[in-house]
Ligand binder design. Structure first.
Ligand SMILES: [Ca+2]
Ligand SMILES: [Ca+2]
Ligand SMILES: [Ca+2]
Ligand SMILES: [Ca+2]
Length: 386
């Protein structure tokens, strides 16, 4: 009994001792595991760090590439701007060519100088400057917008004198539209306003010879001389130069204006609905004229004006512009906005179609063709002077 109880006691002791040993072993194992995990985390962190480094490096590369792209875009924009300038120049040339062709088509007594058309009177010679004034009236059409040449600046004076003298070399002096009738030696244009540049008087001029030299001629060397307006005693017979006051007035209003076949047109690039576009046209032709939406009455004017408008609103591609026709009064019957049946039409095929049942206002589209559109949309428009 005693031995067995000793043995049992021994086992008990061993058992008691074994528990803490196992517990220690577990702790060590757990520590080991924790260390392993830390190691693993460290390695993972290292990996992540490596990955981040790579990302940063990629970002740097991306950034450099973006910078390069940005630079390239800048260059493209600059090249595009240059293209626009070049095209702008071409467009101006084109306008000029059309105006010149229109001018020269009037006859061989017309010359085109610095964007303007001049009539040179070499058949009816005048000794009295006043007689030449009336002669100019109808030289640019029945509107009577012709007047004696009023050089607006010295450049125009010199260029016109040179071109006219070389085109008609049989003459060396030309009556122009300048006088000092109101006040002796205060020189004004016939249409009003004093001369805004230093007058290139010929040597000895103005002399007011005989007390009655109140009109002006320009010599072929571009210098001016005062001549009589109202007496012809021993006075030379002179040719004269006429200009188109309406064209000059129109083009002086700005770059969005064109003068086509005796009429002045304005391209409104701001966006208006049809009704506001009609109102807006009234206020764009100076103090002495009103305006209305463009009412095309012949193919030549229609095409030239719409093509000018399309070029004017470049680089915008919105080339749908209101023009002055609608069927607001009677569905299906288009009339001019200021009244009257159409005397000419240029509808695109299938138009006007009143699509959706609410298309009552005319617009340009597809080049010089027309389309019926609703009247509420805001878009550019074309105006004509009245
Ligand atoms: Ca005088
Ligand atoms: Ca004189
Ligand atoms: Ca309609
Ligand atoms: Ca339509």
């Amino acid at each position: 009994m005693k031995v067995s109880s000793v043995i049992i006691g021994y086992f008990l002791i061993m058992l008691l001792m074994a528990v803490p040993i196992n517990s220690k072993k577990n702790k060590v194992k757990k520590l080991q595991e924790a260390v392993n995990k830390l190691k693993q985390n460290f390695l993972e962190s290292q990996d992540q760090n490596e990955e981040l480094k790579n990302n940063v490096s990629t970002l740097n590369t991306d950034f450099l590439e973006l910078q390069a792209e940005n630079e390239e875009l800048k260059n493209n924009v600059s090249a595009f701007s240059n293209d626009l300038l070049v095209n702008g120049g071409r467009i101006e040339l084109l306008e000029n060519n059309q105006a010149e062709a229109e001018c020269l088509s009037l006859g061989n007594t017309y010359v085109f100088v610095l964007g303007q058309c001049y009539y040179v009177e070499t058949t009816n010679l005048f000794s009295i400057a006043n007689d030449s004034i009336e002669n100019c009236h109808d030289k640019f059409g029945p509107t009577g917008s012709g007047r004696l040449f009023e050089p607006k600046d010295i450049l125009t004076n010199d260029a016109v004198a040179r071109v006219v003298s070389t085109t008609f070399p049989a003459f060396d002096r030309w009556i122009i539209g300048v006088n000092d009738k109101m006040e002796e030696n205060v020189w004004r244009y016939n249409s009003g306003g004093t001369i805004p540049f230093n007058i290139p008087w010929n040597s000895g001029s103005p002399s007011n010879s005989g007390g009655n030299e109140d009109c002006v001629e320009v010599f072929n060397d571009k210098a001016w001389n005062d001549i009589p307006c109202t007496t012809n005693t021993g006075n030379a017979m002179r040719p004269s130069i006429c200009e188109n006051a309406a064209a000059i007035e129109c083009l002086s209003l700005g770059n969005s204006y064109t003068y086509v076949l005796g009429q002045c047109f304005y391209v409104e690039m701001d966006l208006f609905n049809y009704s506001d576009a009609m109102d807006n046209c009234q206020n764009h032709f100076g103090l002495n004229h009103s305006g209305k939406l463009f009412e095309p009455r012949d193919a030549s004017t229609n095409d030239q004006v719409i093509e000018f408008a399309a070029r004017t609103i470049l680089p915008s591609t919105n080339q749908k512009m209101y023009i002055g026709m609608n069927d607001l009064a009677k569905e299906g019957t288009f009339q001019y906005a200021t009244g009257g049946d159409l005397v000419y039409t240029n509808w695109h095929s299938g138009e006007p179609n009143n699509s959706g049942g609410d298309k009552d206002c005319a617009e340009t589209w597809w080049g010089t063709k027309w389309n019926d559109q609703n009247c509420d949309g805001k878009q550019p428009s074309i105006c004509e002077m009245i």
